[in-house]
Design a protein around this ligand. Structure first.
Ligand SMILES: Nc1ncnc2c1ncn2[C@@H]1O[C@H](COP(=O)(O)OP(=O)(O)OP(=O)(O)O)[C@@H](O)[C@H]1O
Ligand SMILES: [Mg+2]
Length: 247
């Protein structure tokens, strides 16, 4: 069953059409990945799903219900959670305060405390420093905290925007191991990545965006073997393309 279904989506920033005619679906229980060069519209797509970018056209369905006009907080309450680009943890708050922020819509205090403990079990690096300011964490640990905070919202769909960006190779490995574990535990994941090779290896389905449109989509193994994709995305990063303007 499709947990997330995006059909013919368009998103504008003023006169700039950032996404156009984008359709993709994420099945319950899978890891889906969205790839594309700088400016392709990947982050815009995630913003449209959490509701901070408005659909100018097309629709978004989640767990069988139309959510295209649902406000962001109600989508979060339905379990749609984004780990944003650049992590955005609050470095002056403690590690535990950051985790609690992820649960701000929830009122079940005892369950929240139990889950915080489960997150510390999963991330022992965080456990020992729970009362310390998050600024003491390395970039990789901050990414783990951002994921831990997202888990506190009880996601049904966790979306991550370029989570491996700027991480050391060791943390990139840990990150992908973690995503695999969370997925095996039943979490559906939509992953936007620059690390095309790793993302295609981890994913069950893949979509490549170019200039706000779907360039190709399908089996990640087939995409990984596609010469056009290899030339465009598996090599060095391309310069940002110029945006498409609406007529
Ligand atoms: N707030 C905004 N106002 C105007 N234009 C925007 C805004 N955010 C993004 N854009 C434009 O929309 C297009 C898609 O941007 P988006 O950030 O979604 O791309 P991306 O694929 O996430 O790129 P990157 O890999 O650099 O993160 C780009 O042309 C970008 O310049
Ligand atoms: Mg982006």
């Amino acid at each position: 069953m499709a947990l997330l279904e995006i059909s013919d989506l368009a998103v504008d920033y003023g006169r700039i059409r950032a996404l156009s005619g984008v359709s993709l679906s994420v099945r319950e229980g899978e890891i889906a990945t969205v790839l594309g060069a700088n400016g392709a519209g990947k982050s815009t797509l995630l913003r449209a799903v959490i509701g901070t970018a408005r659909a100018a056209q097309g629709g978004i369905r989640f767990a069988g219900s139309e959510i295209t006009r649902t406000p962001p907080h109600a989508r979060l309450a339905q379990g749609i959670v984004l780990v944003p680009e650049g992590r955005r943890i609050l470095i002056s708050l403690t590690i535990e305060e950051n985790l609690r922020l992820g649960a701000h819509l929830r009122r079940d205090g005892a369950a929240i405390q139990r889950e915080i403990e489960m997150i510390y079990e999963r991330f022992p690096n965080l456990a020992g420093r729970r009362t310390m300011a998050a600024s003491c964490l390395s970039g990789g640990e901050q990414q783990m905290l951002a994921i831990g905070r997202a888990l506190m919202a009880k996601p049904r769909l966790m979306m991550l925007d370029e989570p491996s960006l700027g991480l050391s190779p060791l943390f990139v490995e840990r990150l992908f191991d973690l995503l695999g574990e969370l997925n095996r535990d039943g979490l559906t994941i939509l992953l936007v990545e620059q690390n095309t090779g790793k993302a295609l290896a981890a994913a069950d389905s893949a979509t490549v965006l170019e200039l706000g449109r779907v360039l190709m989509a399908g089996d990640p193994r087939k995409l990984a073997a596609d010469p056009a994709l290899q030339a465009a995305y598996l090599g060095t990063a391309k310069p940002a393309p110029s945006p498409v303007t609406t007529p």
